[in-house]
Design a protein around this ligand. Structure first.
Ligand code: GRF
Length: 218
């Protein structure tokens, strides 16, 4: 059997099975999304909400790099975007205090780190206990930290992927909510492999939010 790298829609490479999603009843989840760059995961979540596959609303997008494409995407969706430029804060904690304040002002319940390229501190994590998710471009616990895709290429693994996990103070180490496997092909470059991982990220992130919410925050 060949491994089909473009397989889309099959749940065989995703766990837990996204064809058996928990029911999403009740009020929409109020999300705050944090992104540093392109924001394609932000867009995938916004699209899933528009498609009604995720019962949620994005109350605010926070971004830290002026000119981040994520902000332009938010604008197109009519979602408020707030710039908190980390260069203007004296410490990680000071930035995180401003983040908490902004998220609370927008009545956010779940914090979604969708390509937020800053380390977060307990100031933020403790304000949303078990209500913060991150997406990481590897099958954790392999290849934590920066340059996960490059690490996978260098290691010569034949399968990598992406992981949605709860955020805890130790980087890329919180409880795993959902993972998707992605093959590494012989001619892969950083870009081709990351593109293939991105496709799966967009597929699992909205679903993982629903799964995490169904598990509650206790
Ligand atoms: C994703 O690959 C994510 O796993 C990593 O940063 C990237 C963000 O991509 N944490 P985008 O900004 O959502 O396009």
């Amino acid at each position: 059997m060949t491994f089909n790298p473009t397989a889309n829609g099959s749940s065989s490479l995703v766990s837990p099975d996204i064809s058996a999603m928990p029911p999403q009843s009740g009020a929409p989840l109020k999300l705050g999304v944090m992104a540093s760059g392109s924001g394609s995961n932000f867009e995938a979540i916004a699209q899933a909400i528009a498609d009604r596959t995720l019962n949620a609303q994005i109350n605010v997008l926070l971004y830290n790099n002026p000119g981040a494409k994520a902000a332009a995407r938010a604008d197109r969706w009519g979602i408020p975007a707030v710039l908190l430029n980390h260069r203007e804060f004296a410490s990680r904690e000071a930035l995180d205090e401003a983040i908490v304040e902004t998220l609370q002002q927008h009545e956010v319940e779940w914090v979604i780190m969708a390509g937020w390229m800053r380390i977060v501190t307990p100031v933020l994590i403790n304000a949303f206990p078990r209500r913060m998710l991150n997406i990481h471009p590897s099958l954790l616990p392999s290849f934590k930290g920066n340059r996960a895709v490059e690490q996978a290429l260098t290691a010569g693994v034949k399968i990598t992927g992406c992981t949605v996990h709860l955020v805890v103070p130790e980087v890329d180490s919180g409880g795993i909510i959902m993972q998707a496997a992605v093959p590494v092909l012989p001619d892969d470059t950083l870009e081709t492999l990351h593109d293939r991982i991105h496709i799966q990220e967009h597929r699992i992130f909205p679903q993982a939010i629903a799964v995490a919410a169904s598990q509650g925050s206790d």
